[in-house]
Design a binder for this molecule. Sequence first.
Ligand code: 0RA
Length: 639
Amino acid sequence: MAKAQYNADSITVLEGLEAVRKRPGMYIGDVGTKGLNHLIYEIVDNAVDEHLAGFCTEVSVILEADGSCTVRDNGRGIPVEMHKKGVSAERVVLSTLHAGGKFDNSSYKTSGGLHGVGSSVVNALSERLKIRIFRNNQIHYDEYEKGIPVAELSGGLLPVAGRTKETGTEINFLPDATIFEKTRFKADWLKSRLHESAYLNPGLVIHYENRRAGEEESVDFSEPDGIVAYVRELNDGKEPVHEPVYFKATMDDIEIEAAFQFVDAFEENVLGFCNNIFTQEGGTHLVGFKTKFTTLMNSYARELGILKEKDANFTGADTRNGMTAVVAIKHPDPIFEGQTKTKLASADATKAVFTKSGEELTLFFDRNLETLKAIIGCAEKSARIRRAEEKARVNMLSKSKFSFDSNGKLANCESRDPSKCEIFIVEGDSAGGSAKMGRDRQFQAILPIRGKILNVEKASMDKVLANGEIKTMINAFGCGFSEGYGNDFDITKLRYDKIVLMTDADVDGSHIDTLLLTFLYRFMPELIYDGHVYIAMPPLYKVVPKRGDEQYLYDDKALEEYRRGHKGEFTLQRYKGLGEMDADQLWETTLNPENRVLKRVEIEDARLASEVTELLMGSDVPPRRKFIYEHADEAMIDA
Ligand code: 0RA
């Protein structure tokens, strides 16, 4: 008897679905046509997950004459076996919030996206839902009304409606008219979304059928050429500059696929996907792709002599003038953020896409010079138009927004040869003062910063750019910055080969390091990728023995060793901060390339820093910067 299943578990289950009915917008976006169509995508995406897991080759979506929708796939079929809750697993999947996806965590989840919910949400918001599961040579059957099961079970298991050799799941549902403002699915949107899924899943055939009176139609979407075909379609009717370029690669469990083709048009159309979800607001995968593409085009343009020594680099937008691209990644555990949760935030996606795009595109362009030249031609065209526009505006634009060294504290070096120059970001005015006196002014610049800089993870863009210390750094480095869609970053303009963070060996210093790294990582990640960012290691101790030379020790281990090796008397001075050293000592221990210890920051460090910034706030900090020194040994460069 169905009603007999109404135990404590099913009550919590029902309460879960009740929450969906109370606030449907939270789960499907809205209760208009958009949210309504979303119900279909939830089910289709489950079928696509089955495809990605390697078990499903066909999905069909039917808009039925009675206003309902049927989605059928030839996957494994939702499990129908007895679940530990005492009913068929199908009941658990269909009536438990967040149990709609896979039970195992080994495959990519499409449903990790927009609302992260599955068939149970569709069930909760349907006046009626009928399901047939083809599994174990049987057709299993179940039915719900507004999420409440109405089919009778026997021994907790689903009724069997017949025998079959097929496997798969068929769900037919009629949206609840008391929840939705409109209950008529929008066929055009559905078709284009199904077509998109077909492009992103080249091995999948998607049948679409409309059986509604007067609209009868049937289409198969099957795109064996995948995103290359997608790019071609996006460029349909435009004048292509070359054949589409495509690559696929994997790094750190992240699968990257990209296709692009330039057309003779002054526009950029770069679409990003993560696990089949369209990332409307962009994100880290696109940052990696765009950043690398810009760098690559500039270096090729110089190599080919298209850009002369005196010429400025192409901007990011220049290099994407006329570009149509699809960048689709598969990430095992993506993070989405933004207004509509459609911005990929996973930091490792930037690195993976950046690295693989570099490798793959270099391979391609080295062998396809004509394509390369055609693409650089698009960038040249864009740069010409941009410069003409800039010229026209030059009198209106005040350059004061980013006037050089806006707070006047930078003590710059004399050399203008970036490959020789270093800039030290020094915590505190007093240490800054000593550093200015102690440095080699020929090639070392000093920028003192006062206390804690702004946490860029938490501040709005306006605030970040209004911040004095940040403005000064951006101006001093000279290479602009990139954020979100905009990318004015140009590493060839970098004024210093080394950017060295120099802070005290204490909690505050460590915190300032993380804030600075967070800033650099967010706004100038290439500086870190390319190994321009370092952390200075001032000594912790000075030892002066009775006989012999004084010595600086850089950590406790060194002190221990010194103690073991020096049985005689010696005086020990402990440095609590940079401010305790005079100019000469600072030069000798921390600035002089002959003696100093610098550690190069790796991208993992920066990512971690950005994650621990929060944790470090006022908390008990682990021993000095331990967390940023995973690669300490191989990173000692001057030592
Ligand atoms: C849970 C576990 C398994 C598959 C599914 C759900 C599944 C859900 C839907 C929704 C529409 N079509 C679907 N196909 C499968 C894994 C099954 C197994 O391990 O046998």
